[in-house]
Design a protein around this ligand. Structure first.
Ligand code: 5GP
Ligand code: ZN
Length: 172
């Protein structure tokens, strides 16, 4: 996998680089030709254990791991185990699981990284910036005066991601 978000050419599961691809999604009306099938879903691969992640927590409903292309140091994702595409599809029980775990992980991030703030973010549809079409919540530590850079995303350093995952795990 490459270091930048255009790594989709090396991973058929990834949705990144979709704008440059010619795939046609037969399941939806999104114009960006992003694949939405469960078998192409990177997060389903992580849930199944066929794809690696820096895992923080897992239970019957949800899994939490470090974002591989962090918007900020400590950027964490809370993901439903079942494949729901977005907020319009997610079950109430899975949504409740995501909300409850997000609060616990947010508290752990606060203890571990002591950020000035913490953004809780969740996108639905490509127009809203969603790039992985499997329901998930972003927990993003924020520093005063720091901007968001959604366009140029660099793969996080593995040792740093592992260290954050281990420390957050210990705080849950
Ligand atoms: P979205 O853009 O759909 O709101 O968020 C998807 C997030 O998943 C992005 O922040 C992106 O960095 C992250 N991501 C994409 N591929 C992978 C991956 O293979 N592993 C992990 N851990 N995160 C990923
Ligand atoms: Zn999925």
């Amino acid at each position: 996998m490459a270091d930048r978000m255009e790594f989709s050419s090396t991973s058929k599961r990834s949705n990144y680089g979709a704008a440059n691809r010619v795939d046609v999604c037969v399941l939806c009306v999104y114009p960006s030709a992003v694949m939405h099938r469960v078998e192409d879903c990177i997060f389903c691969g992580i849930v199944a254990g066929s794809e690696n992640c820096f895992k923080v927590y897992e239970d019957d409903l949800v899994v939490c791991f470090m974002d591989l292309f962090p918007l900020a140091d400590g950027h964490t994702l809370v993901v439903t185990k079942e494949h729901f595409e977005n907020v319009f599809e997610v079950s109430e029980s899975a949504l409740t699981g995501v909300a409850a775990l997000s609060r616990r992980v947010a508290t752990a991030i606060k203890k571990e990284l002591n950020p000035d703030g913490l953004a809780v973010y969740q996108a639905n549809g490509s127009a809203a910036g969603q790039t992985v079409f499997h329901y998930h919540m972003h927990l993003i530590p924020r520093r005063e005066g720091e901007g968001f850079n959604f366009t140029s995303r660099v793969r996080g350093d593995a040792a740093t991601l592992e260290s954050h995952a281990r420390k957050l795990r210990a705080l849950l």
